[in-house]
Structures are given as structure tokens and as C-alpha cells.
Ligand binder design. Structure first.
Ligand SMILES: [Zn+2]
Length: 308
């Protein structure tokens, strides 16, 4: 352990020197979605790295010493918020010994400010009940309009940090906004024939996506967000899927396909591994490419079911 701390100290000293050599704002994000949006707005005035990879479950990321080193030298940390990262991020921030990126600091941006949050709790919900969404649904970036709002928050923050680049960030935001608006027309047109289509999802990752594109999510493989499937719940779900003729089951790439495949065999539903994040596969390298990938895959699978 002592040797590890020595190595860490040396590494931190080296990255601090490297930071001085570059004028670009060093941004660390918790997810690749946020990194993609930072890159859209920041262009060559920033460097950006994500802690979690797009194919990982963002609720449960294994904390590595290299993350502490990245955070130590960061000028800005952008987080999803709404307790998405609560199981792994707070100790990393504390151990980074970087005052700027502590919650509330100048170099800390909670991207959930201003976005549309669904599944807001009405009664008292705590994590003790096993629910990993106690503060509303944290998968809000899967509505393209929320992506636009996050991009605006990033623009505002980068402008605060580098006033001289205000026009540059504004121009990049306008360009992104325009490309996103064109893409949204394309996605909505592709999804329009399937308005109201009933689907089931593994985790509760898709309420904002469903809302944006007109899907009706009628149930989940997880009994509660973050709780693994149970035989009793699976039986109930299969019953409901048969009654409602549900032919699409969306699964995030980081879950075991055993239960979804069994449900698919029992109900005749197609199991689709849809990507909740940029970087889930290499074709989904940007925020717009993520939706291109998901909408194309979803539409082609719906067509295969022959329900519409
Ligand atoms: Zn979740």
C-alpha cells in the first residue's frame, strides 16, 4: 500500500507538470455521453476523458487509482447527478485532493440542472429499499432535448472558465443544436409509425427515450431499479407481456442475457441490446451517432416482429 501511495504521488506530480504545459481546459466526465457533449462544445479548447466506458453500467463502476490521478489534475468535472454515480464517485472526488472539482466548486458541473427529470419520487423512497433511482430517473440524457440542455449548461460553464473563448463555444453550441435538430426530425420520422408500441426493458434506463419517441414501457425485468430479476417477478412479467402482446424487450449491454432470452422464448418477444450510452459500440462514437444506432436497430427489430 505504501509503495502504491508513493507511485501515486509521483504520478500526480507528473500529471501536474503536464497540465501546466497545455492551455486547454482539462475536463473529466463520469460518462462517455457527457464526454461526447463536452467535445461538441469545447472543440480544441478542451481535452476530455470519461471515467466510465459506454458499455459499463454507470451505477456500478469499479473505482481505480488511475481515476484519482485524472481527477487530481482536472479543471472541470462533469457529472450526470441524480445519484447515478453515488456508489463510486464521492470517494474518488475526496481522494483527488482537488478543491476546484468538489461538489459546489468552480470546476464542478452537475449536468442534471435544467433537464427534464422523469420518475420523480412522490412518497419516501430510499436506497435502503434497493432502488438506485431515489432522486428521479438519472438516465435523462436519452431524450435528445435533454442532451441539448446539457450542451447549453456545458457551454455556460466553459464560458465562465475561459471568457476569451465565449464566441467559439457559442458557435459550436449553435452548430451542434442545428445538427441535433435535423437528426431529431429523422429519428422521429423513423419512429412515428410505431407510436404507442408497448415494450419491456431490463433496467429503467429508457423513460426519457420512450417519452421522446412515443414508446409505451409496460414493465421491467428488474423488479426494482438495481434489483436482479426474481422468478416470481419474471412469471408476472411474462403473463403481462402475453396479455398485452409485447414483442420487444430492450436490454442494456451490461446485463446477463439469460433471463431476457428465457422471457423471449416464453413470450415470443425479440430481445434487443440497445445502447444507453455513447461508446457502447464503436459506431456510437458521438451523441448523435448513439441515437442513429439505437433508432435504426429498434426500427429494424420492430419490423422483424411483424406486429406493425
Ligand atoms: Zn438506472
Amino acid at each position: 500500500m505504501k509503495r502504491f501511495i508513493q507511485l501515486l504521488t509521483v504520478a500526480i506530480a507528473m500529471t501536474s507538470m503536464a497540465a501546466d504545459a497545455s492551455a486547454a481546459i482539462k475536463v473529466v466526465t463520469t460518462t462517455e455521453d457527457l464526454a461526447a457533449l463536452v467535445a461538441e462544445i469545447g472543440g480544441d479548447k478542451v481535452t476530455v476523458e470519461s471515467i466510465a466506458k459506454g458499455y459499463q453500467d454507470p451505477h456500478f463502476v469499479e473505482a481505480k487509482p488511475s481515476f484519482i490521478i485524472k481527477l487530481h489534475s482536472a479543471d472541470l468535472l462533469v457529472v450526470v447527478g441524480r445519484e447515478l454515480e453515488i456508489a463510486w464517485l464521492p470517494p474518488l472526488i475526496t481522494q483527488s485532493r482537488n478543491a476546484a472539482i468538489q461538489p459546489g466548486g468552480r470546476g464542478y458541473l452537475d449536468a442534471s440542472q435544467n433537464v427534464r427529470i422523469l420518475d420523480l419520487p412522490t412518497g419516501q423512497i430510499t436506497r435502503a429499499m434497493g432502488d438506485v433511482h431515489p432522486s428521479g430517473n438519472p438516465h435523462y440524457w436519452l431524450d435528445p432535448n435533454n442532451g441539448r440542455i446539457v450542451a447549453k449548461s456545458i457551454q455556460t460553464k466553459l464560458t465562465d472558465m475561459s471568457r476569451g473563448d465565449a464566441a467559439y463555444f457559442a458557435q459550436r453550441y449553435d452548430d451542434f443544436d442545428k445538427r441535433l435538430a435535423e437528426a431529431e426530425k429523422r429519428w422521429k420520422a423513423a419512429m412515428a409509425p410505431y407510436k404507442g408500441l408497448k415494450v419491456v426493458t431490463y433496467h429503467r434506463s429508457w423513460p426519457n427515450f420512450a417519452d421522446a419517441f412515443g414508446l409505451d414501457v409496460i414493465g421491467y425485468v428488474e423488479p426494482k431499479p438495481g434489483i436482479p430479476p426474481s422468478p416470481a417477478h419474471t412469471l408476472d412479467l411474462q403473463q403481462e407481456m402475453k396479455q398485452k402482446n409485447v414483442k420487444i424487450l430492450l436490454v442494456e449491454p451490461y446485463f446477463d442475457l439469460k433471463t431476457p432470452n428465457a422471457i423471449g422464448r416464453e413470450t415470443g418477444a425479440r430481445v434487443v441490446v440497445l445502447l444507453p450510452s455513447v461508446g457502447g459500440v464503436k459506431e456510437a462514437a458521438s451523441y448523435i451517432q448513439l441515437f442513429d444506432y439505437d433508432v435504426n436497430l429498434l426500427v429494424s427489430t420492430i419490423k422483424q416482429t411483424g406486429t406493425r
